[in-house]
Design a protein around this ligand. Structure first.
Ligand code: M6R
Length: 600
C-alpha cells in the first residue's frame, strides 16, 4: 500500500521521482506528492488523485537534486490533498507507508507540547515525533532510532531533515523498502520497478536499519548505530517487465505471459524426475499436516492445493485467510507445516501469520514471487514462483504460477507417501510438456471475450462448482468483482438450494465449472436447478456433454487433474477482463484497491 520514492544525485530529481512513482502507482492512487530541496528550503507539492494530476502542476526541471515522493492508498483520513504525503513538522518532511498504531496517544502528547496538525494522518504525527525527539537528541540518526522505538505498527519512511540539504534518510519496519545505487545517483523505493530505468542494483533493508544516502554514498546502520556491510543485489528481471509492450493493459499482458511463467516456474524445480524435486525443494518428508495461510487470490490457490494434496497425498490440509488465522487458536503440532502464499511477500496479515507460526516453533514454507521480500526472508524455507514483476492489481500470472508450484508439491508429497509411482509421474510430466502450448491456445481464444460481451450488463453473476471447481469459482468471482465492480458470488454448486438460489432470476448469468469427472453428474443436476429458474448458464468443462443444459460452453483441453486448474482459470480471467473493459473500468488500478496490502 502506498509507494515511496526518493532520489539524491547529480541529476535533477523531480522527473526521476515522478517516473518512479508512476512505476509504483499500482501500490496506491488516491493522491500523490513530492518534496524537494530547493535553494536551501523544502518545497512540497501535493494533489488529490493520480500522479498525472501532480505531474501537470509541478516543474519537472526544477533545480533540485534531492527529494522524496509518495503515491497514497488512504488509511488514516480521506483521500484528499491535505492528507496526501509528504507531511512536514518542524525540521522534518516525510513520506510513509504503513500504519502507526499508537498515533493517537503520541498525537495527544505532541499537542500538549505545542504541535499543531493539519491532516488526519498518522504520518504527520510521525513527522512531529521526529521533530520533537530531535530537539532533545540533536542528532538525526539517534532521533530516527529513538522515534522508531516509540511507535507501534509498521512503516517504511523516506525522511528529509531540513538542515541537511545533501542527505536523504530512510528506515523501515515490516513494510518494504529498498535502497538502490547507480551511476546516476542513489534511490529509495518501495519496490524494484521504481528504479529499473536507472539501475538494477539494490540493497535490502532489515527491520529498523537506517539508510543515509548522499550524492555519492550510501551508508546503512542497524538500530544500534553500527555501520552494516550489506550485499549489493542485482535484480535479474528486465525493464520490459514494467512496460505494457503494446498491450492495452498490464492485466492483459500478464495473462498473455502465462505460458512462459508456467514453463519457467515448473522447470526451475522439475525435470520430470522426482530427484529434481528432492534437489530443489526442501525436505518435507516429516510433515503429516499442512496449514496454508494467505489472502485474496493467494488464499484461493490454497483451496485448490487442499483439494489436490488431500486427494493425491492423503494429507489433511487446513486453509485459512491470514487475517483470521493470526488471531485464532491453532491446532498444529510438530508434524505441521505452515505454508504461506504471497505474490508480494509483503502482505501484512500473511507476514503476521508467518511470525505467529514461527513463534510457536512451527516450520514455515513460503511460496512467494518477490525475491528478498519480508515473507521470503523470514520463512524457514522459500520456493519462488517465477512470475516476474506483476503490475496489474488483479493478479493473474502469479496466481497461475502459485498453482504450478502446488501441482509440484502435490506430486512431491504423494511420492513421499508412496501414493504416486514413477510411471504416474512420467505421465504427468508428459502433460506438463504440453501445457505451455495449451495455455497459449486458451489465452489467444477470442471466444471468451464474446462471453464477456454477453454478461457485462448484468448486476449479479454467480460462479458455481464443487470441490476444486468451487475453489476455482472463488478466484473467477474475485477477479470479476475486483475489476468490473459487478456483484459476484461463488457458491458450492450443491449448497445453492439452501438459500442462495432465491437470487437466481430470469437471465442471471451462472458460470458453472465442472472439471472433476467423479462429481460431474452431481454438478449437472445443480446446473439444471438454476436453469429451471431462468439462469443463463455458461458451462466450463473438460468433456462435451451429450445433452444441452447450458447456454454457452467453454471446453477446456483435458490434462492430468493435478494440472487441470491451471487451464481452467484462464478463460475466467479473460471474461473478467472483457467485462471490465466493456464497462470502461480502470482495469489495472481498480477503485479502492492496491497491489500490495502492507496494512492490517
Ligand atoms: O501479495 P499477496 O499475494 O500476498 O496478495 C494477496 C491479495 O491481496 C491479492 O491476491 C489480492 O486479492 C489481489 N487483488 C487479487 O487479484
Amino acid at each position: 500500500m502506498c509507494g515511496i520514492v526518493g532520489y539524491v544525485g547529480k541529476d535533477k530529481c523531480v522527473s526521476k521521482i515522478i517516473h518512479g512513482l508512476e512505476a509504483l502507482e499500482y501500490r496506491g492512487y488516491d493522491s500523490a506528492g513530492i518534496a524537494i530541496f530547493n535553494k536551501g528550503k523544502v518545497d512540497t507539492f501535493k494533489e488529490q488523485g493520480r500522479i498525472e494530476n501532480l505531474k501537470k502542476r509541478i516543474d519537472l526541471e526544477a533545480e533540485s537534486h534531492l527529494g522524496i515522493g509518495h503515491t497514497r492508498w488512504a488509511t488514516h483520513g480521506e483521500a484528499n490533498k491535505i492528507n496526501a504525503h509528504p507531511h512536514t513538522q518542524g525540521k522534518f518532511t516525510i513520506v510513509h507507508n504503513g500504519i502507526i498504531e499508537n498515533y493517537i496517544e503520541l498525537k495527544q502528547d505532541l499537542l500538549k507540547n505545542g504541535y499543531v496538525f493539519l491532516s488526519e494522518t498518522d504520518t504527520e504525527v510521525m513527522a512531529a515525533l521526529l521533530d520533537f525527539v530531535y530537539k532533545e537528541e540533536k542528532d538525526v540518526l539517534k532521533t530516527i532510532q529513538k522515534s522508531c522505538k516509540m511507535i507501534r505498527g509498521s512503516f517504511a519512511l523516506g525522511i528529509l531533515f531540513h538542515d541537511n540539504e545533501d542527505t536523504l534518510y530512510a528506515t523501515r519496519l515490516s513494510s518494504p523498502l529498498i535502497v538502490a545505487s547507480g551511476e546516476e545517483g542513489n534511490f529509495i523505493a518501495s519496490d524494484v520497478p521504481a528504479i529499473l530505468e536507472f539501475t538494477n542494483k539494490y540493497y535490502l533493508l532489515d527491520d529498523l536499519d537506517i539508510a543515509v544516502l548522499k550524492n555519492e554514498s550510501v551508508t546503512i546502520y542497524n538500530q544500534y548505530n553500527e555501520v552494516l556491510k550489506k550485499e549489493l543485489l542485482t535484480f535479474e528481471g528486465n525493464m520490459e517487465a514494467g512496460q505494457k509492450q503494446g498491450f492495452e493493459h498490464f492485466m492483459l499482458k500478464e495473462i498473455h505471459e502465462q505460458d512462459n511463467v508456467f514453463y519457467e516456474t515448473i522447470h526451475s524445480y522439475f525435470d520430470g524426475s522426482i530427484d529434481s524435486l528432492k534437489q530443489n525443494f526442501p525436505d518435507l518428508s516429516n510433515f503429516k499436516k499442512i496449514d496454508i495461510v494467505a489472502c485474496g487470490s493467494a488464499y484461493h490457490t490454497g483451496l485448490v492445493a487442499k483439494s489436490l494434496i488431500e486427494e493425491y497425498a492423503v494429507m489433511p490440509v487446513n486453509v485459512e485467510v491470514a487475517s483470521e488465522y493470526r488471531y485464532k487458536q491453532s491446532f498444529y503440532d510438530n508434524n505441521t507445516l505452515v505454508i504461506l502464499v504471497s505474490q508480494s511477500g509483503e502482505t501484512a496479515d500473511t507476514l503476521a501469520a508467518l511470525r505467529k507460526a514461527k513463534t510457536d516453533g512451527i516450520t514455515t514454507l513460503a511460496i512467494v514471487n518477490v525475491v528478498g521480500s519480508s515473507i521470503a526472508r523470514e520463512a524457514d524455507h522459500v520456493i519462488y514462483i517465477k512470475a516476474g514483476i506483476e503490475i496489474a492489481v488483479a493478479t493473474t500470472k502469479a496466481y497461475l504460477a502459485q498453482l504450478a508450484i502446488f501441482s509440484l508439491l502435490t506430486i512431491y508429497f504423494a511420492y513421499q507417501r508412496k501414493l504416486l509411482k514413477d510411471e504416474q509421474i512420467n505421465k504427468i510430466y508428459e502433460d506438463i510438456k504440453k501445457m505451455p502450448n495449451l495455455i497459449r491456445q486458451i489465452v489467444d481464444n477470442q471466444e471468451y471475450f464474446m462471453i464477456g460481451d454477453k454478461v457485462f450488463q448484468h448486476q449479479n453473476i454467480f460462479f458455481i462448482g464443487r470441490d476444486i471447481d468451487y475453489a476455482l469459482s472463488m478466484e473467477g468471482s474475485l477477479k470479476l468483482k475486483e475489476i468490473s465492480y459487478i456483484n459476484s458470488v461463488a457458491y458450492q454448486a450443491g449448497e445453492l438450494k439452501h438459500g442462495t438460489i432465491s437470487l437466481i432470476e430470469e437471465d442471471t448469468p451462472v458460470i458453472a465449472l465442472s472439471t472433476k469427472d467423479e462429481l460431474r453428474e452431481k454438478t449437472i443436476s445443480n446446473i439444471k436447478e438454476v436453469k429451471a429458474r431462468g439462469a443463463k448458464v455458461i458451462y466450463v468443462t473438460t468433456e462435451m456433454p451429450k445433452e444441452k443444459f447450458y447456454d454457452e460452453i467453454i471446453l477446456i483441453p483435458r490434462v492430468h487433474p493435478i494440472l487441470q486448474s491451471i487451464l481452467v482459470i484462464i478463460p475466467l480471467q479473460l471474461i473478467s477482463y472483457k467485462v471490465a473493459k466493456n464497462k470502461d473500468c480502470d482495469i489495472d488500478k481498480p477503485r479502492n484497491l492496491a497491489k500490495s496490502v502492507t496494512v492490517e
